[in-house]
Design a protein. Structure first.
Length: 296
């Protein structure tokens, strides 16, 4: 009888334990975000996050001749109402521009059709330790002569980058989600194209609320997590937002409202440890009874 009561008590304790854990689960929250409002309007190659802890940087701006190899000169600037395209969406807050300018070698822009796939763009990193269900969102802008194809990649080790699909939302009229499986000059996977399919004159368009769900379990509770928004094409596939060959001497990308969020991992409330201890005693009691040849 005592053994049965103990088992019943353990069952109640286990049920209570489940309630304790569930009650601690939280809604998705920002792990790190960049809206650039906390950054001074000036040159800035690594703007600090507006929320959380993380890093931002550009890649590939000081490597390829455009027409000369330049110096990375990213900057935070204030958007203008005149910086609108066909979708008429404006952004008049602080934004981050990715580009290069002339160095000692002479005129340069940074963006180049010679850059291999995934080697030019912006990188944002943060630790997701304590979080799962990782999601990403951002706003993207490309000038008239800016690179027209963008892919989103993520890393769980800081070294290997994996392509992930982008979902359109917000003000994304004119942006098309594509998947490549044939051309060697475009990423084998998902990317977005800035109005190239309609042959409309694109560029100067703010595309807002681009999102992605990172379903890879390795992205959760990961100290080395990062994302990058980079060129999806190279060579002959590397086109401007006008659908013409990249001119390699003008054009840039701009970003705003870059957010990495997740759901906090559930933790036991005070008192749960005692419940775990009780369950442990029950299991120990059953083991001893079995060893003694007794049956509950």
């Amino acid at each position: 009888m005592k053994k049965r009561k103990l088992l019943v008590a353990a069952g109640v304790a286990v049920a209570a334990l489940g309630v304790h854990f569930t009650s601690q689960q939280a809604a998705a929250q920002v792990i790190a975000g960049w809206n650039f409002e906390n950054n001074t309007v000036a040159g800035n190659n690594s703007p600090a996050p507006s929320t959380g802890v993380g890093t931002a940087s550009s890649i590939g701006m000081n490597i390829y001749a455009t027409p000369n190899v330049g110096v990375t000169t990213d900057d935070v600037l204030v958007g203008k109402t005149s910086d609108t395209g066909n979708n008429t969406v404006a952004n008049t807050t602080n934004i981050w521009r990715v580009r290069a300018q002339a160095g000692t070698n002479g005129a340069a822009n940074g963006w180049s059709s010679s850059a291999p796939i995934g080697t030019q763009g912006a990188v944002f990193t943060t630790s997701t330790v304590g979080y799962n269900a990782i999601n990403v969102s951002f706003d993207w802008y490309a000038t008239t002569q800016g690179e027209g194809n963008l892919q989103l990649e993520y890393t769980t080790d800081g070294t290997t980058w994996k392509n992930t699909p982008i979902t359109l939302s917000g003000s994304d009229a004119g942006l098309v989600v594509l998947t490549n499986s044939t051309s060697p000059n475009t990423v084998m996977g998902s990317y977005v194209s800035n109005n190239l399919l309609t042959n409309a004159m694109a560029g100067q368009d703010w595309f807002t609320g681009l999102t992605a769900q990172i379903t890879d379990p390795a992205a959760a509770n990961d100290p080395n997590f990062g994302i990058e928004m980079v060129n999806a094409s190279t060579g002959a596939d590397c086109l401007s937002t006008q659908g013409t060959a990249l001119n390699n001497n003008s054009g840039n990308w701009r970003f705003d409202n870059v957010v990495i969020n997740g759901t906090a991992v559930a933790t036991p409330e005070p008192g749960s440890a005692a419940v775990v201890g009780l369950v442990g005693l029950v299991l120990l009691s059953r083991r001893r009874n079995r060893n003694a040849g007794q049956v509950l």
